[in-house]
Design a protein around this ligand. Structure first.
Ligand SMILES: [Zn+2]
Length: 377
């Protein structure tokens, strides 16, 4: 008699081989069978029509704050994630000068829409350098494995102060200081380094993530530091495919290719597709394929939904926030707002209007009704 038997699951065992259907048996906390027909179990779980996997590696998360107080990293564990990689998009909380805590929270809040109040209440800030941050993470248990990346935004502000935060050009000394911080973080156990190249990612004050406009010398200087450390993925948040920084796609693929070829390190970047520029992804894919053929290790991160935003009348964003008829009601408490919006005359006016927000972000996110769906609770 087994302790537990999972019956009739579609098993994806992590070997890279094809999925197959079978039973899984567990005794004394260990798998004793995966596939075929298992004998009876004290506890039996019917998994007909369900996948059984060792877990999922989520390469793109922003648990940098939550991981310092929440051992469960919810909700990722609920979804079957067993390894979460954080520190993406150039934002994170180390290194952190003592007078930069609120600024780093504002950066994360602006870029990732994580409430600053939760971060302020949750984080103890018992670190300053990146290695100290890793020590703080290691001092508490976690239900998931986590991987960290040294974030460009935090590094720039730490090495260059206000000039770095304001996206000013670095001196040679600044680049050397940033490279040293990144190398130190990697040697202490960081998985990689991350940066942002998209105008869609801004701090709560509207400033693009520090490092967004970083030039060749800065990026190569940091890349060589990763090379000296001997490991490290270079993760770049781009607006590739969604028509962000006009004309820069090609240049970015070129420096990523050069960096990967020179250091031998992998570069991972985001590719999305937008109806606004529906063919861009194909061109970018072609350039990337050519770079890979030339020996670069470039890998794309493609999300199932290009815009993964939670929109709602109580969230930071929703499709009507730029409609004049909505803006007249925006100050009302939720119940009163919904009552007014339910008025057929107000609804008709709202739907007939155009948003006064016409930026790239707005056309990508707010007017793309075909890509939205109601979230079921
Ligand atoms: Zn991100």
């Amino acid at each position: 008699m087994h302790d537990t038997v999972i019956r009739g699951a579609r098993i994806v065992n992590g070997s890279g081989g094809p999925a197959f259907t079978g039973d899984i048996a567990i005794e004394d906390g260990r798998f004793v069978q995966a596939g075929g027909k298992a004998g009876p179990g004290r506890r039996e779980i019917d998994a007909d029509g369900l996948l059984a996997t060792p877990g999922f590696v989520d390469v793109h998360t922003h648990y940098d704050g939550q991981a310092t107080w929440d051992p469960w990293l919810s909700p990722s564990g609920w979804h079957g994630v067993t390894t979460a990689v954080m520190g993406n998009c150039g934002v994170g909380f180390a290194p952190a000068a003592p007078d930069r805590h609120d600024w780093l929270i504002g950066l994360m809040e602006g870029v990732e829409d994580i409430p600053g109040t939760a971060l302020s209440e949750g984080m103890s800030w018992n670190w300053e350098t990146f290695p100290e941050y890793l020590d703080a993470l290691e001092a508490m248990p976690h239900a998931l494995d986590i991987g960290t990346q040294v974030p460009h935004g935090a590094v720039r502000a730490y090495a260059m102060g206000e000039r770095g935060a304001a996206n000013e050009d670095p001196t040679e000394g600044d680049i050397a200081a940033m490279a040293g911080i990144v190398e130190e973080g990697l040697r202490a156990g960081a998985l990689g380094f991350s940066s942002s190249r998209t105008m869609l990612h801004r701090s709560i004050d509207g400033e693009p993530v520090p490092g967004t406009f970083a030039g060749h010398d800065e990026l190569m200087g940091i890349g060589r530091a990763c090379g000296r450390a001997g490991h490290g993925v270079f993760e770049i948040a781009t607006d590739f495919g969604i028509g962000g920084m006009d004309g820069r796609f090609r240049d970015d693929v070129v420096w990523m290719r050069d960096l990967s070829r020179e250091t031998g390190l992998p570069v991972s970047f985001i590719l999305a597709q937008s109806d606004r520029s529906p063919g861009d992804w194909r061109r970018i894919l072609d350039w990337t394929e050519a770079a890979v053929a030339e020996g670069a290790r470039l890998r794309m991160q493609v999300s199932a939904r290009p815009a993964g935003m939670l929109m709602g009348f109580e969230s930071s964003m929703h499709p009507f926030m730029g409609h004049p008829s909505y803006m007249e009601l925006a100050h009302l408490p939720l119940a009163a707002r919904v009552a007014r919006l339910s008025d057929p005359e107000v609804r008709a006016r709202l739907l007939a209007e155009d948003s006064i927000r016409q930026g790239k972000f707005d056309s990508y996110v707010f007017n793309h009704f075909a890509g939205m769906f109601p979230l079921q609770s």
